[in-house]
Write a protein that binds this ligand. Structure first.
Ligand SMILES: *[C@@H]1O[C@H](CO)[C@@H](O)[C@H](O)[C@H]1NC(C)=O
Ligand SMILES: *[C@@H]1O[C@H](CO)[C@@H](O)[C@H](O)[C@H]1NC(C)=O
Ligand SMILES: *[C@@H]1O[C@H](CO)[C@@H](O)[C@H](O)[C@H]1NC(C)=O
Length: 361
C-alpha cells in the first residue's frame, strides 16, 4: 500500500516533468523554418561522406567526435560542425544526414554532400585520395532529387525544392590542396593569384547556376576564411605582424572580392534567386574575442599529417582552442560561427541576407 502511494505521485511528477521538458524543447527549437536544407562543401561541413572512400582525408576515429553524442562520425572537429548548428538554429530536430548514409524518407529534410579535400576544381585534393568534388556533389544532388520526386510526386517537387535552404562552402582546398602546392599542381605557374581567383569564380558561377537550375532559390554561399592563419602555414612561411601569413590571406581576398559580386549578379540575373554572401573573414575576426579562447596558433589534438593521430588524448580545455586539428576549428568556434551566419552580428557578416532572413524569404 505504502509502495503504491509513493509510485503514483512519482508517475504524475514524471508526466509533469516530461510535459515541461517537451514544452521548453519546443520553445527552444521553434518551428522548423524551411522544409529541408542541403549542404555542399569540404571538410568544414563533411559529416561522414569520406568514411568509405580510399583517402587520407577521414576523421571517423577518436579523438574526433570526443564531444559529439555517439562519438566519431567523420566530422572534422571534436563536436558539432557549422552545418549541425545551422540545422539546429533552423529548428530541425536532427542534424542533416550525410549523402553516403541517408536513406528513405530522411532525405525529405535535406542531405549533406560535403566531402573533405573537395574543391571547386575536380583535380583539387586528389593527392590525398578520393573525395567528392563540387561537380560530383551536384551530381549526387540530382540523384537525391530523383528520389525526392518519387517521395513527393513530380508535381510538388519544384515548389518543395524552391523553399529549401542551400549552403555551399567551397574553395579553401583549391588553395590549400592545389594552388599552394606547386610541387604537385601547375596552377601557380599557369595563373597569377588574380587570374586563379577569376578562374575559380568562373567555374563556381557555373556550378551555382546548376544548383539554381535544379530548383535552389535560397542559397547561402560562404566566402573563404583567413586560411593564412592555419597553424601549418604559420610554421611553413614567415609570419607577418598580423599573426598570419598575409600573402595567403591576400589570395583569399581576391577570391572573396569576386565572390560577393557574383552573388549579386546571380540575384540580378536569375528570376526569384535569393543568393547571399557569407563573409567568413568578418565573422572570424570575432573568434579571438570569444571569451576563453587563448590558443590560436596550434591544435588541440596531437597532429600527425594535418589530422589528429588516432586514439591520442586531445587537450582537455577544448573551449580554449581555435583549432582542434591543424586545419579545423573546435566545436566552440563552429557554434560561434554558425550563430553569426544565422543572425549577423555586423552588417559585413552577410550580404544581402543572413540565414535567418534567407529562410523567411
Ligand atoms: C609579410 O611578411 C613577408 C615576409 O617577411 C614580407 O615580404 C611582406 O612584405 C609582409 N607583408 C606585409 C603586408 O607586411
Ligand atoms: C568582409 O568583411 C571584412 C571585415 O569587415 C571586410 O574588410 C571585407 O571587405 C568583407 N569582404 C567582402 C567581400 O565584402
Ligand atoms: C604560439 O604563440 C605563443 C604566444 O604568441 C608562443 O609563445 C608559442 O611559442 C606559439 N606556439 C607555436 C607552436 O607556434
Amino acid at each position: 500500500m505504502a509502495h503504491s502511494i509513493i509510485i503514483i505521485p512519482n508517475r504524475v511528477m514524471l508526466f509533469v516533468l516530461c510535459f515541461f521538458l517537451t514544452k521548453s524543447l519546443v520553445l527552444i527549437h521553434g518551428q522548423q523554418q524551411v522544409p529541408c536544407t542541403f549542404f555542399m562543401g569540404d571538410s568544414l561541413s563533411d559529416n561522414g561522406n569520406n568514411n568509405l572512400l580510399v583517402t587520407l582525408a577521414k576523421s571517423n576515429y577518436p579523438p574526433y567526435g570526443t564531444d559529439y553524442p555517439g562519438g566519431p562520425t567523420g566530422r572534422f572537429t571534436n563536436g558539432k560542425t557549422v552545418p549541425d548548428f545551422i540545422a539546429e538554429l533552423l529548428g530541425f530536430d536532427k542534424h542533416i544526414p550525410a549523402f553516403a548514409t541517408a536513406v528513405g524518407s530522411a532525405i525529405l529534410k535535406g542531405v549533406n554532400y560535403a566531402s573533405a579535400a573537395a574543391g571547386i576544381l575536380d583535380e583539387t585534393g586528389i593527392i590525398v585520395g578520393d573525395h567528392i568534388s563540387l561537380n560530383r556533389q551536384l551530381l549526387n544532388h540530382k540523384a537525391t532529387i530523383a528520389s525526392l520526386s518519387l517521395l513527393l510526386g513530380p508535381a510538388r517537387l519544384k515548389d518543395y525544392l524552391n523553399k529549401c535552404l542551400y549552403a555551399v562552402n567551397m574553395g579553401s582546398n583549391d588553395y590549400l590542396n592545389n594552388y599552394l602546392l606547386p610541387q604537385f599542381y601547375p596552377s601557380s605557374k599557369l595563373y597569377t593569384p588574380d587570374q586563379f581567383s577569376a578562374f575559380l569564380i568562373h567555374q563556381y558561377s557555373q556550378q551555382l547556376k546548376t544548383l539554381y537550375d535544379d530548383g535552389a532559390r535560397k542559397v547561402a554561399v560562404f566566402g573563404l576564411g583567413p586560411i593564412g592563419c592555419v597553424p601549418p602555414l604559420l610554421a611553413m612561411y614567415p609570419v607577418n605582424v598580423s599573426g598570419c601569413v598575409d600573402f595567403i590571406n591576400d589570395y583569399v581576398k581576391l577570391f572573396n572580392d569576386r565572390l560577393k559580386p557574383l552573388v549579386e549578379d546571380l540575384n540580378t540575373n536569375l528570376p526569384a534567386a535569393k543568393f547571399t554572401y557569407i563573409n567568413m573573414t568578418s565573422i572570424s575576426l570575432g573568434i579571438f574575442s570569444l571569451p576563453g579562447i587563448t590558443v590560436s596558433n596550434y591544435s588541440c589534438c596531437v597532429v600527425g599529417i594535418a589530422l589528429c593521430e588516432p586514439y591520442q588524448v586531445p587537450c582537455s580545455r577544448r573551449n580554449q582552442y581555435i583549432f582542434f586539428d591543424d586545419y579545423h576549428p573546435t566545436q566552440v568556434v563552429n557554434q560561434y560561427t554558425a550563430a553569426r551566419i544565422y543572425n549577423a552580428l555586423l552588417p559585413s557578416d552577410a550580404h544581402p541576407f543572413d540565414i535567418h532572413q534567407l529562410a523567411q524569404q
